[in-house]
Ligand binder design. Structure first.
Ligand code: DC
Length: 231
């Protein structure tokens, strides 16, 4: 069984997708981390951004492992390094490279083989797992998303002005939506969940109810207690 969670940067996907996977007893796949790891590999190997063929070759030669909260690049734990603002601003080179995407899609499908999985990204419900049993499109308003990103960077000790975060986010949204291969889009059969004003727990409650319904899993007592009737 596959649950896909797609949506723009800062919608809160990672936190709630992870928590949803734990509640369902499913594995979790953070596909953004994979694009970030390729980007970090390119920085470390000094691949020129003007050479998309070299980036594609690199994506085929490095070993990326993603497990729960950790990411390894050729055995090196890069979980923190891939979240740096520098990587965030460069990751579009990997995400917009069709050959890199082709490789990532292969790896993502292989990772899900024979497993129950919650998978999070931009193209999970549209391209990677078009037959997923439950597809969610998670989003929030631009200001709410930028506010979350600001807090996340501050927690890492990185200070970036709010206005700059908002501008970077808009650029990323445009790039995510505009690419020809695997653009950010809600699958036609996805359910949209807007997270403004909701705590992560409230979002997870809502997603869990949606997922259990779509997957025909029994509902839990705590979920039915905390779930708004409209979810
Ligand atoms: O979710 P994130 O911010 O960690 O994702 C990093 C980048 O990777 C983001 O700019 C969009 C891209 N991405 C993608 O193109 N396809 C995915 N399935 C996941 C992420």
């Amino acid at each position: 069984m596959i649950v896909t969670i797609d949506g723009p940067a800062g919608a809160g996907k990672s936190t709630v997708s992870r928590a949803l996977a734990a509640r369902l007893g499913f594995d979790f796949l953070d596909t953004g981390a994979m694009y970030r790891a390729i980007t970090l590999a390119a920085v470390r190997n000094q691949v020129a951004w003007s050479r998309p063929d070299e980036l594609a070759a690199l994506a085929r030669s490095v070993r990326i492992e993603v497990a729960e909260r950790r990411v390894w690049l050729d055995g090196d734990d890069v979980s923190s390094a891939i979240r740096a603002n520098e990587i965030t601003n460069l990751v579009h080179y990997s995400a917009n490279n069709p050959s890199v995407r082709e490789r990532m899609v292969e790896l993502q499908r292989a990772a899900a083989q024979g497993r129950n999985m919650v998978t999070e990204g931009r193209d999970q419900g549209t391209v990677v797992f078009p037959d997923a049993e439950c597809k969610i499109y998670l989003t929030a308003s631009p200001s709410e998303r930028a506010r979350r990103r600001y807090a996340e960077l501050a927690a890492r000790g990185e200070t970036v002005a709010f206005a700059e975060i908002l501008a970077q986010q808009q650029l990323r949204d445009e790039r995510d939506a505009a690419r020809t291969c695997g653009p950010l889009a809600a699958a036609r059969d996805s359910i949209e969940v807007l997270t403004d004003g909701l705590s992560p727990d409230q979002v997870v409650d809502r997603l869990e109810a949606l997922a259990r319904r779509s997957l025909n899993l029994p509902t839990t007592t705590s979920t039915s207690r905390s779930l708004p009737q409209s979810a």
